[in-house]
Design a protein around this ligand. Structure first.
Ligand SMILES: NC(=O)c1ccc[n+]([C@@H]2O[C@H](COP(=O)([O-])OP(=O)(O)OC[C@H]3O[C@@H](n4cnc5c(N)ncnc54)[C@H](OP(=O)(O)O)[C@@H]3O)[C@@H](O)[C@H]2O)c1
Length: 270
């Protein structure tokens, strides 16, 4: 869907979750120098270093340490973000855990749902009404980005909970895009495939999924910001785009065997 050419130039204040590393950090670096930032994550040292580097352009940068797996952290982010009055919200924070769901740490299983599902839904619900109101009053467009994953395209054994949380992100953001089609907001669902960040190691992955070249976090952020305002879903990388097409066409039972073999390789040894 074509909307406008000057897509992310006008954003003045962006809130980025999961800005302390990987794709969130890359979003912070990729936004124009004149966009003020509210960066959030749990790692204060990493957030501080990033904030110091990004302040050098003269922009205003705030940081907030908040654990998005808890109501307390989500509430403190909502409060800080409401005061910051963003026109761009990037829901990026997330985690995964390889392994059989019935054997994974119960707290990690729960954290995936809290951070990947509850946090974007609660934060978006809290911030969007005022973002829309400001956009209408100021005659500008707001932006909403949700980082889903190619893991959302099909059920994934050995990443069952993670894939289900990303399916939520994928459908939630697309549903919102449709509901808000005639409002002054651009909504984008981002579907990265395997990307060089700390994600894979933190998730307990042993090997990269076979057949998927790794993207850089910068590629993901750059492609997403280019797509924002121009389309509602962006899948990063040609092979991932081809896979999205295949996953839409083929019955799930045909993909199940190859998917299980590829994912089993990724967490082998556990
Ligand atoms: N890397 C991939 O292959 C890949 C592929 C598809 C989609 N994605 C998605 O991309 C997003 C970013 O991941 P990444 O690859 O950049 O991984 P990453 O380097 O591990 O970054 C994850 C970010 O999420 C934050 N986070 C995790 N748990 C949190 C919590 N409880 N409270 C607050 N923040 C929390 C982390 O902050 P702290 O470290 O400060 O806690 C960090 O900033 C995730 O939603 C992930 O699902 C990644």
């Amino acid at each position: 869907m074509t909307r406008r050419k000057d897509h992310h130039g006008p954003y003045r204040r962006a809130v980025i979750t999961g800005a302390s590393s990987g794709i969130g950090e890359a979003f912070a670096k990729a936004l124009p120098d004149r966009t003020d930032l509210l960066l959030t994550g749990r790692n204060d040292t990493a957030l501080g270093e990033l904030a110091d580097a990004l302040k050098k352009t003269g922009r205003h940068v705030e940081r907030l340490v908040a654990d998005l797996s808890e109501d307390k952290g989500r509430d403190s982010l909502v409060q800080a973000a409401q005061a910051f009055a963003p026109d761009l919200l990037i829901n990026n924070a997330g985690l995964g855990a390889f392994g059989r769901a019935v054997e994974n740490e119960p707290l990690t299983e729960r954290a995936m749902i809290e951070v990947n599902v509850v946090a974007p839904a609660v934060i978006t619900r809290a911030l969007l009404p005022e973002m829309l109101q400001r956009a209408r009053e100021e005659g500008r467009r707001a932006g909403l980005v949700v980082v889903a994953s190619t893991a959302a395209f099909q059920p994934l054994p050995y990443l069952a909970t993670y894939a289900a949380t990303k399916a939520f992100d994928y459908f939630y953001a697309q549903g919102l895009a449709s509901e808000l089609e005639y409002e002054p907001i651009d909504v984008l669902t981002v579907c990265p495939g395997p990307t060089k960040t700390r994600f894979f190691e933190r998730a307990g992955g042993r090997r990269q999924p076979a057949g998927s070249p790794m993207s850089s976090a910068k590629d993901v952020a750059d492609q997403a910001l280019r797509a924002l305002g121009r389309q509602n879903v962006v899948t990063i990388g040609a092979s991932n785009r081809a896979y999205r097409g295949i996953a839409k066409l083929l019955p799930e039972r045909i993909l199940r065997g190859p998917t299980r073999r590829a994912l089993r390789e990724s967490f082998k040894g556990r």
